[in-house]
Design a protein around this ligand. Structure first.
Ligand code: FEO
Length: 395
């Protein structure tokens, strides 16, 4: 069923209420999600994006109920990732021959890489290009390179002033009522932040520049219609401002303690580090996570909010636990900036764990304290007496 966004613009996407994972199993989904596609019915009929492959039959079936597919004059593919292009091969077989696909040059290459070379009528566009769709309205294309793929693009519809932003400003959130102002505000913000941290933060420097470039274009944006989750129609500047904040080395007065533990020694250190942080600063928010048990995407949100983190692992076979190694690899990918860190852990004989944590956190871009807390077997009074200086080292 199509749902009206504004005037002749409708949502024609798919909602996945029971989705639990995204990007394979790499992104946890807590509140469902959607792939948002949009139909613009002016003198020309335009389809903006599609949905992912498992939903292709529902998508095309629903679209057929709403419109004669022969009436579609053009398809805009803002981004080739399969959650937005998965229905394209099937759809293109059902549209008029030579229906043009507007996309970036890189997008064409990726589509052909994913689906094979087809006889599709590509119209390659970049920032500054536009196309008339009748009734005095135009689509203006905007390069969004590396936000978050090299092909990414946004499309602005004049007069109705809708920015189809694709992944940017999206959230993994199922909202039947479609609009951000109808969604639970706390959950919406949480999901928008989780999406930003886990998908866009690695590109935050590029994003800051792009937001300035968009501002300089003076587009009178009244609605931001992303490709996942709720549509921002009341004060779309709200999410733009959030993105500006988040992309600029965001931090709150929070310190997070992350640990893995085999027999409880490193866990005991983590608990006592948390107490020591609180005793030094009653205003700081202190959070503690066992990274083997907590959801890694949610933990990354807490790291993002933190001004400093403490990271602990026991030494295992001259290294750190495999779960901690995987976590730190993900941490490196997310390219956090402007955060401090300190490392700790228990050991039985060789004790390399803390040095490995130190090196990995440096590689991940953290300002890591040289004061490492390393404890032989289980922590006792002598070890706890070092906690004050150790914690102080990141304050
Ligand atoms: Fe929602 Fe990058 O795809």
């Amino acid at each position: 069923m199509k749902k009206k966004v504004i005037s002749n613009v409708s949502w024609v996407g798919c909602i996945d209420w029971d989705l639990t994972k995204f990007h394979g199993d790499d992104f946890s989904i807590d509140n469902g999600s959607s792939q948002n596609a949009y139909l613009i019915e002016e003198e020309k009929t335009v389809l903006i994006d599609t949905v992912w492959t498992p939903n292709r039959c529902d998508f095309i079936g629903n679209l057929k109920k709403e419109i004669d597919l022969n009436k579609i004059d053009m398809v805009v593919v803002n981004h080739a990732e399969s959650d937005h292009s998965g229905a394209l091969p099937c759809l293109m077989q059902k549209l008029k021959k030579d229906t043009p696909i507007y996309c970036s040059a890189v997008c064409k290459n990726i589509l052909e890489g994913q689906y094979g070379k087809k006889d599709w009528n590509f119209k390659l566009v970049k920032t500054g290009d536009e196309v008339e769709i009748g009734n005095g309205k135009k689509l203006k294309f905007l390069d969004m390179k590396m936000l978050h793929w090299p092909d990414s693009m946004a499309t602005f519809l004049t007069k109705d002033n809708v920015l189809f932003s694709n992944d940017a400003f999206g959230q993994h959130l199922a909202v039947e009522e479609l609009f951000a102002d109808k969604a639970n505000f706390e959950i919406l913000n949480r999901e928008a932040l989780k999406y930003f941290v886990n998908i866009l933060n690695p590109f935050s420097l590029i994003l800051s520049k792009k937001l300035k470039e968009i501002a300089e274009l003076n587009l009178p944006i009244e609605i931001i219609a992303p490709s996942h989750g709720a549509i921002w129609r009341k004060e779309p500047s709200y999410i733009i401002k959030k993105y500006e904040e988040w992309a600029n080395c965001y931090k709150e007065n929070q310190i997070t303690v992350l640990f893995d533990s085999m027999w409880g020694g490193t866990k005991k250190l983590a608990q006592n580090i948390a107490k020591e942080i609180f005793s030094k600063d009653k205003d700081v928010v202190v959070k503690v996570y066992n990274i083997s048990k907590a959801d890694k995407n949610d933990v990354m949100v807490e790291v993002f909010k933190s001004k400093a983190i403490f990271v602990g692992s026991p030494t295992v076979c001259n290294s750190i636990t495999s779960n901690m190694a995987g976590f730190l690899e993900f941490l490196k990918q997310l390219k956090f900036r402007g955060k401090k860190a300190a490392v700790f852990g228990c050991y039985g004989w060789s004790g390399e764990g803390v040095k490995i944590l130190y090196e990995k956190l440096k590689e991940a871009g953290f300002d890591v304290s040289d004061n490492m807390l390393s404890c032989l077997w289980n922590p006792f009074e002598e070890d706890f007496s070092k906690l004050s200086d150790f914690v102080e080292s990141v304050f």
